[in-house]
Ligand binder design. Structure first.
Ligand code: A3P
Length: 292
């Protein structure tokens, strides 16, 4: 299992695999447009959820058709990925027939191609509390053949704290985007926990950021359409059509809740985590909830 998996290496101070750096020049030269919407996240923070939501929000008139036949990872391409089984994300994004184009990235903020800033495209960043994010990433790394093999949980826990994860340290990622947001009004920074707590309220915030005004009825339909159970059974949203994932190990849409870390962290790990967290996360304005 381990031998078939890619290895990580340091790339400009961030741990990466070749699947996300092989196309580096092309990706950096990507030509963004002013109406593009870039959905940025640390892996496992709710990327698919927000991609699905924005896709339905923008294309609600033709949603049924798109939803029935086009997987979410083709509707919202993953900009930096290049893999023999999949079309390059950059090529897919270039060819998107829609306007706006919805594009996803896991890049830390300093890796975002400059044209997104030059064009004043809008960026939606989704962050999830580190404990649940770590657990979700662990299960994902077990089932996703494009990711390095995670090893056992204890080892993975330490790696996460050390920032030795694909796309780098969670702490640097969420903090880097938060800092950027302070001076960049084109970034909407949202939290997975808020979406769980009140999906309708978060849709309202997204709509005002994006300048969209769906009817109350449309918003209600959207909020219920993007609930976990609906997305889990939708083969165009649950990644069951994706060739690089092994659903015998874990589903992609796994639990979809806040607080699953409690079933994974030992008491000692939780203490170690909290102690370490205080040292790394110094900005009091960036707050996460690990339960709701
Ligand atoms: P879990 O592994 O904790 O279940 P990403 O899309 O960034 O890879 O994130 C995947 C995580 O988001 C998974 O978390 C998945 O279950 C969760 N997720 C996806 N859609 C969701 C939804 N509609 N509601 C709640 N969680 C969702």
């Amino acid at each position: 299992m381990e031998t078939e998996r890619p290895t990580m290496f340091d790339f400009q101070g961030v741990q990466m695999t070749h699947f996300f750096t092989d196309n580096w020049e092309n990706v950096q030269n990507f030509q963004a447009r002013p109406d593009d919407v870039l959905i940025a996240t640390y892996p496992k923070a709710g990327t698919t959820w927000v991609s699905y939501l924005l896709d339905l929000l923008y294309f609600r008139q033709t949603a049924q058709e798109r939803q029935a036949s086009v997987p979410i990872y083709d509707r919202v391409p993953f900009l930096e990925i290049i893999h023999p089984c999949l079309e390059s994300g950059k090529d897919l994004a270039d060819k998107l027939p829609t306007s706006p184009r919805l594009i996803k990235t896991h890049f830390p903020v300093q890796f975002v191609p400059k044209s997104f800033w030059e064009q004043n495209s809008r960026l939606v960043y989704v962050a999830r509390n580190a404990k649940d994010n770590m657990v979700s990433y662990f299960h994902f790394d077990r089932m996703n053949k494009v990711q390095p093999w995670p090893g056992d949980w204890n080892n993975y826990f330490q790696r996460f704290l050390d920032g030795k994860m694909v796309f780098g340290s969670w702490y640097d990622h969420v903090s880097g985007w938060w800092e950027k947001k302070k001076t960049c009004p084109n970034i909407h920074y949202m939290f997975y926990e808020d979406l769980i707590e009140d999906t309708g309220r978060e849709i309202d915030k997204l709509c005002s950021f994006l300048g969209l005004s769906p009817s109350a009825e449309e918003k209600e339909k959207l909020a219920s359409g993007v609930q976990f159970d609906n997305m889990k059974k939708d083969s165009m949203a649950n990644y069951s059509t994706n060739p690089v994932m092994d659903f015998k190990i874990s589903p992609f849409m796994r639990k979809g809740k806040v607080g699953d870390w409690k079933d994974h962290f030992t008491v000692a790990q939780n203490e170690q985590f909290d102690e370490d967290y205080k040292k790394k996360m110094k900005d009091p304005t960036l707050k996460f909830r690990t339960e709701i």
